[in-house]
Design a protein around this ligand. Structure first.
Ligand SMILES: O=C(O)[C@H](O)[C@@H](O)[C@H](O)[C@H](O)COP(=O)(O)O
Length: 266
């Protein structure tokens, strides 16, 4: 049984007994948001990341979701991408295509992958330009209090160092306020060249979910969620703070094992 609670300031926490249960809940959550967004806007603009997240989304390819989700209305983006060819083993596009997108009837022209034939800097600029066009047509919604895109859902993982998307601890890109998409050429997690949504874009989304599993992430989860004082305020996972949107953490028990319990209210 999942333990679900609302943290005073850090959003909803859904702590699961095991990965099967987490995957089931995650699929249901995404399917519900897709349905609500299609009903309200006619489309669902979702940004995904790489890593273990894609495998955990696997239930979406199965019954009932492969038939009940309105896949034709999905517009898919990457919150971060490694700057490698689309057939490269490190590509987040390839990971999602092999694990999810090739198994459900998404429209190929709605799959918004990066330009993989240019430098990281150019790929970030191209991707931002592309997103700007889709904000103009409202395929991607626009934030109420800035000109930022308002994705219906941004799905993130988190590393043991607390990084989210390709926003790494103590990196100047955490302070980026004007760009929507930026780049890094010295990522501490290989491969080194990546593009990533900036925090203003992530935090303008209608919904943000951070999916974190395994004991190696327990300390990062504690630092990102609990009241741990000023030293950790700039941990990327902690900087995920949707301005108006809803934040949900999907955790398994090992990842949640260092959380301070008493401050939760059921
Ligand atoms: O491209 C990437 O590397 C990811 O987008 C990255 O941000 C990932 O989500 C985390 O590193 C967690 O990855 P794991 O869940 O595999 O640990």
């Amino acid at each position: 049984m999942a333990h679900s609670s609302v943290h005073k300031v850090r959003g909803e926490l859904r702590i699961h007994e095991n990965l099967v249960e987490l995957g089931t809940d995650l699929a249901e959550y995404i399917a519900e948001l897709s349905e609500a967004s299609v009903k309200e806007r006619g489309v669902f603009a979702i940004a995904i990341s790489g890593g273990s997240l894609i495998g955990l989304m696997g239930k979406l390819c199965e019954a009932p979701y492969h038939k009940t989700v309105d896949w034709a209305k999905w517009y898919i983006f990457w919150a971060d991408e490694r700057v490698v060819g689309k057939t490269h083993a490190d590509s987040n596009y390839k990971l999602a295509k092999d694990g999810l997108l090739s198994k459900v009837p998404v429209v190929p022209s709605h799959v918004n992958s990066i330009n993989d034939s240019v430098s990281a800097e150019e790929a970030a600029d191209d991707y931002e330009f592309h997103i700007r066009q889709l904000v103009k047509t409202r395929t991607i919604n626009v934030s109420d209090n800035s000109d930022c895109p308002k994705f219906d859902l941004v799905l993130l993982g988190m590393g043991p160092d607390g990084h989210v998307a390709s926003l790494f601890p103590n990196h100047p890109m955490l302070d980026e306020k004007s760009e929507w998409v930026t780049f890094i050429t010295d990522s501490p997690k290989p491969p080194p060249e990546r593009i990533t949504f900036t925090l203003p874009v992530i935090n303008s989304a209608s919904n943000v979910a951070v999916v974190v599993t395994g004991e190696s992430k327990a300390e990062a989860v504690h630092l990102a969620i609990d009241d741990v004082g000023p030293d950790y305020l700039s941990l990327p996972g902690r900087l995920v703070q949707p301005t108006k949107g809803k934040l949900v953490w999907f955790l398994d028990k090992p990842a949640a094992s260092k959380l301070d319990g008493p401050q939760f209210s059921e």
